[in-house]
Structure formats: structure tokens, C-alpha cells
Design a binder for this molecule. Sequence first.
Ligand code: GLA
Length: 363
Amino acid sequence: MEEIKVRAPGRINLIGEHTDYNCGFVLPCAINQEITVAGKGRKDKKVILHSINFNRKVEINLDEKLKRRGDWSDYPVGVIDQYQKRNFSLSGMELKISGNIPLGVGLSSSAALEVATALFIKTLNNLKITKEEMGVLCQKAENEFVGVSCGIMDQFASLLSKKDFALFLDCRDLSYSCVPLPFAGYKLVLTNTKKSRKLSASAYNQRRNECEKAAELLSLNLRDISPRQFSGLKSKLPSVLQKRVQYVVEENERVLLAVENLKKNDLDSFGKLLYLSHNGLRNLYEVSCPELDLIVDEGRKIKGVIGGRMTGAGFGGCTLHLIKEEGLEKFQEKISESFLKEFHQRPDFYLCAPAPGASSVKG
Ligand code: GLA
């Protein structure tokens, strides 16, 4: 049988954090770290998933009820489950999964694994499903099978990004456009705190619930509130919810401004928005941590740094900085020193480039 190979990238979010599940705006882009799935069909109903990185194999049967195992295989099996729930007829298959996205640091290795599996299955079975539908299917797999109530941003970014563009996505109606990234002469740098994000799942769900509660109390979708309108509505909410809503309302506004700044090639204003976003995540949404804050605070003092913020769900993971090429070495040196002094280990740095969304790999 013919061998098929597909790839799906991880993502960074430039701005628009914790806005996707509030029907708001996000501006992520795919990065040049990715997951590859290679393999072929089988004549029977067996599926063999082979993780090269973990050196593990999991076997399932498409005619039997699919069960969660609580490990990496839940992502591809969740995708298979969603295809079957939509009555797509699938053949048995063998998948070899490998990748170079650092795991558990907020670069969406899980969304990339879901998307790569979905694209592999679509290609193998010649299924009629659009990229947008695949994105929603993958999100559902994560919500329902894996049990994480993530938004739609990561899967859409992995599927629909274009090289050197960001994906400007409206999470209410899932309409999107690509925004050119004028980053020649600059570097996008991720700094990994190496702090485990154990807390993040429960805190993530808590934030989601808080936002839902606030929307209910205001009888409004948070997306429809302008910053000016918010000052008049504030008193209807308990103080914690006031902070959460203020953040979401302002972050949506920042995404729109960021798109304008990028279109005008105004990177200084874009950089300021990154800092403002971080402040909001730190003081109002309260999903940052001392490690992320130190990197952002120290980064501000370094020449050539245009802006920076935590990226992803928070509570650890990575910061994202836009830095003039000539400032890169100083940034790494200074951040590394300050981080070591405070937290007794050095962070990791990754350079990333805005990459194309998921695709088949020829040959
Ligand atoms: C995680 C989720 C996304 C999004 C971000 C926060 O990455 O998977 O859907 O909510 O957190 O912006």
C-alpha cells in the first residue's frame, strides 16, 4: 500500500490570549517545529499508532469502543473517534508519529498531533472534509475525548497558517484572514521557563467558568463589550470578574490594533501592545507566574527588544519576544543570567519562524 506522509506545525500566539473561548479575536502563527505522521492503510480494522519519540506502540480496533488511556495516544484516538462519530468510514492503518515540538511548554504539540492525524486520515481515505471542519473536529477530540476544554485557536493556527503571515481569526464565526509579518531583520524568540504547567488545566477551566459567569451576569457576550462601555457595566460584577472582563475586553481591542500596526509596518507600536497584553495577563487575568514576569521585565531593559509577553495558556511555559537581530545575543545572555540568579537554572531559548500550516509531504 502507498505510504502517506503529512506534517502539522506547532504555534505561537502573537496576541489575543484567552480570547478564543470568549468568541473574540486571536493572532497566532504556525512555527517551524512540527509533528510528522507517516504510514499506510491496512486491509483489516486495526490501527497501530507508533510514537517514535516515546518509543511506544498502541493498537486499537476500529470496530470496538474507543477508550481513553490517559497518554499521548488519546489525541490521535480522539480524532479517530470524532471521524467515526461523523460516520466517515475509515480503513485500518499504521501511523508512525514523530516530531520536534518541545512538549508541555505551550507550543501546542497536542493540537499539532491532532491535526497531523486528521490530515493523514483524510488523505488515506480520501475524505470530503474542509480544513475548517477538520479544525473543529480536532478541537472536539480534545474537548470530548482528551477532556481539555481548549478553544479553537491552536487547531486553526496549525491548519490554516501561511509562511510569514499571522492568522487573524474571529473565534465567533471562524472567519479569518492572513496578516503579513514584516519581521525581516528581527527574530521571534521563545524563552522556556521550564516551569511545569501542572496547574494550568484546572486554572484554565476556572478562567473559562469565570468568563461564562460574567457574561451571564451582564447578559452580554464579552466580545460585544467595548472598553468604553465596560466602565459603565463594571459595577454589576464582583471584583474578580471585573478584572477578568476588563482584560478580555482590552485584549480584543489590542488584537485589532496589532493587525493595524503590522499592516502599517509599525513594529514599535506592535511591541508596546505585547507588553500591555502581558500586563493584563499578569494583573487582571492572573495567569502569569514569577518566571514569566522576570523574563518580560528584564527583557524591557535590553536594547533591541521590541516587545514581549507570555504566550499560550500561562502558569509557566514560554515567553515570546520580538527582537532586532543585533540584540539577540545580549538578550539571551542577560536573561539567562538574571533567570539563573533568581531561579537557579537557565531557561531554554528557541528561535522560531512563521511557518506554513499543515500539509502533505511528497516523496
Ligand atoms: C491554550 C488553548 C487555546 C487558548 C490558549 C489561551 O493554548 O488550547 O485554545 O485558549 O490556551 O489563549
